[in-house]
Each structure stands twice: as C-alpha cells, then as structure tokens.
Design a protein around this ligand. Structure first.
Ligand code: AP5
Length: 201
C-alpha cells in the first residue's frame, strides 16, 4: 500500500507516519527530514534548502521530484511507503503519479489531516527536538508564512485527489491515538493487537 499524508505544517503527518511505519512496515518518506539531513551534511542542496526552509518557502519542484524519484526506487519501498511532506504542489502531484504509473504502481489513498491554524501555531511553538533544540522554522512568524504557502500552493492540489476519489479527510485535532484510529478506519486497516509485548498484525 502506498499512502500520502497531507496536511498543513504541524498537522501530525510525521507523528502518524512513524506509527504506520512501525505497525505496518510501510516506509516513511519525509521530505522535510531528507532536506534537514542535507542541511546537516552541509551539501550544496543543504545550503540552498536551509535559506528557503528558514523563510518558510518551498524548495523548487524539479529538485524535490528528483529526490523522491530516487527515494521510492530504493528496495525498502518495495512493500509500500508513506509520503510525509510530498507532494506539496500540483507539479509534484502530477510528477508522482507519472513516476508511479511508469513502474506499474499507484497511490492507494491520500489522507488529509485537518487542523485549524490557531492549534498549529500553538503546537509548533511548543515543539522541541529530541535534544531540546527548536526547529528554526517553528518560530511563530515563520509558521504563519508556512501556513500561507500551504494555503496557496498545497491546499490547491486537494481537488486533484478528490477528483480521483482518493482523498480521505481525518480530523487531526483529536488526540494522537484517536487520529491514528481514524486514519486506520479511512484506510480499512485493523489496529495491531499487543499480546505480551508482541505486536500481532
Ligand atoms: P516538513 O518537515 O515536511 O514540515 P511540515 O509539513 O511543515 O510538517 P511538520 O514536520 O512541521 O509537521 P507534521 O505535520 O509532520 O507534524 P508533527 O507530527 O511533526 O517540511 C519543512 C520544510 O521543508 C518546508 O517548509 C519546505 O521548506 C521544505 N519541504 C519539505 N518538503 C517539500 C516539498 N515536497 N517541496 C518543497 N519544499 C519542501 O507534529 C507537530 C507537533 O504537534 C509535534 O510536537 C507533535 O508531537 C504534535 N502533535 C502531533 N499530533 C498531535 C495531536 N493529535 N495532538 C496534539 N499534538 C500533536
């Protein structure tokens, strides 16, 4: 199964993708994490990405499309993947369908996590990394810019998926567990059972 998790910044895409990866063996592909790894490794792409990300702006489509193309071809995506942060523009959505069609694959479902802006600003103001640092793009003024860019460039691709009857809307303002169960229901999956610490799928 290949899934897209869509939603505004801070909607919970990463949180839910990690859980799906753990429970169902679908590979989480986070373009934000891939870009942050480039920044950390001080690659030329990393330095270009850093200045755009810190301003809440998108990295150009051709770069992102090439990045995803290379990533989904890797063996760990063979049993299925969860895209977290891609596509973010109409060009990316169309390119994704084209590249999957060429491989005889497809996106099975697109989950949209719906969260209102006030809750997002509050969540991201409180978020810290594992080492206690904050993401540079979580500053409230940058979060507002990210929300603006989402509305202008990402929300407009929803009709593309709605038209193909692939879009499923989930209330992302419930607690993390309730959101997860709503996603499973939308995907027609059963929650794995925990028995003596062993997860049974
Ligand atoms: P990216 O890293 O993808 O950022 P984002 O989409 O803005 O998403 P976040 O990671 O901020 O939030 P999330 O929805 O994953 O929520 P999370 O689970 O972390 O991208 C960063 C930047 O990279 C972009 O701005 C752009 O510049 C660039 N980029 C990336 N992909 C690109 C592309 N395809 N094209 C062009 N540019 C691209 O949760 C957030 C917080 O809320 C956490 O603290 C979490 O614990 C908490 N939380 C989660 N769920 C709940 C809940 N149900 N209730 C309460 N709290 C919750």
């Amino acid at each position: 199964m290949n899934i897209i998790l869509l939603g505004p910044p801070g909607a919970g895409k990463g949180t839910q993708a990690q859980r799906l990866e753990h429970d169902f063996g679908l590979k989480q592909i986070s373009t934000g994490d891939m870009l942050r790894a480039e920044v950390k490794a001080a690659t030329p792409l990393g330095s270009q990405a850093q200045s755009l990300m810190e301003r809440g702006l998108f990295i150009p489509d051709p770069i992102m499309i090439e990045m995803i193309q290379g990533r989904i071809e890797r063996p760990d995506c063979k049993s299925g993947f969860i895209l977290d942060g891609f596509p973010r523009t109409e060009s990316q959505a169309v390119a994704l369908d084209d590249m999957l069609r060429a491989r005889g694959a497809r996106i099975d479902a697109v989950i949209l996590l719906e969260v209102v802006p006030d809750i997002i600003v509050d969540r991201l103001a409180r978020r810290t990394n594992a080492d206690g640092t904050k993401r540079a793009d979580d500053a409230p003024e940058t979060v507002r810019k990210r929300l603006e860019v989402y509305a202008q460039q990402t929300a407009v691709i929803l009709p593309y998926y709605e038209h193909a009857k692939r879009l499923k809307r989930v209330d992302g303002m419930q607690d993390v567990e309730a959101v997860y169960h709503a996603i499973l229901e939308a995907l027609g999956l059963n929650a794995p059972q925990e028995t003596d610490g062993i997860t049974q799928k």
